[in-house]
Design a protein. Structure first.
Length: 374
């Protein structure tokens, strides 16, 4: 599944070619702005947490983009709902989340979004049938995490009477209200629902895995129906330009060369080694590692509007005023330990003491209760 699954697909093809496996491997297009929208109820959009949440929370423009409406056509409604149009005012700011919820619960917004949701649902279902995504013998492969996006597909498929596929994640850590299915969903490294492999999880695991699994194309923006009736993917950009500028080509060629020369007959549990390497790099990086990888343009927003350096040093202007006034906010730093490593030693010491302990731990969210019926 795009985009994190692209490199997994290429590695799987390389291994299958040398082992003689005859798996039917295919790279398919998915995104939160298409799959999560499809099962949404236009009459209660304020309950759709995916509209507001990501590492960088939604601002007004992001929200409209996720709904598939033009912000220029709704400036009046946004203002009357109390929404700030300042791009730096995001859903984690006081009052902004409530204002955004008031906006999406307007009748005129629901009326504008309803045709978009209906179209997204129909196209997703047809694309899924076309690529056997709802076949009981298919396995959807992705990095993780909450299962919310796959759950959206399952919700649409269930209503249409389709089967559920298997789902294979690198790591699974759903929120309490997220979707999971213990009969069909399995994770390689760890699964917070089952309580399996938790010792193999590193702090803020999704950030590092998504960084190492970056795709070489832009965000998938939606589906279209072609003249022959088939459904095809529409990319917002054919290239991941910022990642290419950073050095994606060198990284990708190195990774694939390693995969091509790895002995496919190796056996045993790889997780201890994977954890050791990730812990060493991600939690205790050298300054050179933090500098090289910290410049990667990490973007957690489904619309691709919030790219930030993976790591950014803490400045004295952020930390010194907080000495007497409380906690230091990590801000837009996805790689917290890398950011600390890049900071001046004195600033690093202050920030380490003043950053919330839960932030430093980078723990997984609370898992939902295990539902044997999925």
């Amino acid at each position: 599944m795009s985009r994190d699954g692209q490199v997994l697909y290429l590695i799987a093809k390389s291994i299958a070619k040398r082992t003689g496996e005859t798996l039917d491997l295919e790279y398919v297009y998915s995104s939160r702005i298409t799959w999560s929208l499809a099962p949404s109820n236009p009459q209660c959009l304020s309950k759709s947490d995916w509209l507001f949440s990501s590492f960088m929370k939604s601002n007004a423009a992001d929200l409209c983009d996720r709904l598939g409406i033009q912000i220029e056509n709704f400036r009046g409604q946004l203002t009357r709902s109390g929404v700030s149009l300042d791009p730096d005012e995001r859903a984690d700011r006081p009052g902004q989340r409530a204002a955004l919820e008031r906006f999406v619960d307007r009748e005129d917004v629901a009326a504008a979004v309803t045709p978009r949701i209906t179209e997204a649902r129909d196209l997703l279902l047809d694309y899924a049938r076309q690529h056997f995504l709802t076949d009981a013998g298919t396995g959807l492969v992705d990095s993780g995490w909450t299962g919310r996006m796959v759950g959206s597909l399952v919700q649409v498929a269930d209503k249409a009477g389709c089967s559920r596929p298997y789902v294979f994640f690198w790591g699974h850590e759903p929120r309490p209200d997220a979707w999971t299915d213990p009969q069909r969903l399995f994770a390689f490294m760890y699964d917070t629902v089952r309580g399996e492999g938790l010792k193999w999880r590193v702090p803020d695991a999704p950030f590092i895995v998504e960084t190492f699994c970056m795709g070489d194309h832009g965000i998938f923006g939606g589906y279209r129906r072609d003249e022959d009736g088939c459904v095809s993917a529409v990319l917002r950009s054919p290239r991941n330009t910022e990642a290419e500028t950073w050095g994606l080509g060198l990284y990708r060629s190195t990774l694939l060369a390693f995969a091509e020369h790895t002995d496919p007959q190796l056996t045993g549990d790889a997780r201890p080694l994977i954890h050791e390497l990730m812990q060493s790099f991600w939690v205790k990086p050298t300054r050179a590692e933090a500098s090289a990888w910290g410049s990667y343009p990490y973007d957690s927003d489904p619309t691709g509007t919030a790219a930030r350096p993976l790591a950014r040093p803490f400045a004295a202007t952020e930390t010194l005023p907080r000495l007497l006034r409380g906690k230091i906010d990590r801000g837009d730093r996805a790689w917290l330990r890398g950011s600390l490593r890049l900071s001046h030693p004195i600033i690093r010491s202050i920030a380490t003491r003043r950053i919330d302990a839960d932030e430093l731990a980078g723990a997984a969210p609370a898992a939902p209760a295990l539902d044997l019926h999925g």
